[in-house]
Design a protein. Sequence first.
Length: 71
Amino acid sequence: MENLLETKELDSRRNNGLTVTLWWVKNTLETFVTVLDTTQTPPVEHHIDVPEGVAAHQVYQHPMAYLSENA
C-alpha cells in the first residue's frame, strides 16, 4: 500500500502573473507554499518549505523572502 500524502489548500492569491498558495500536509502536519510564476515561459513553480519557528502565514505573505532559503 502506498503512503500518499494528503494535502489541503489553506489559502491562495493571484497577482501580476504569480499564484501563491499555502498548503497543509495532513499526514505530517507540515505546511509549505508554492509560487507559480506564469510571467516566465514556460511557467515556473517554486516550492517553499516553511522553516521551523516561522509562521506559515508569514511565508505565504512574503514568499520571495524565503525562496532563496529553499533553492
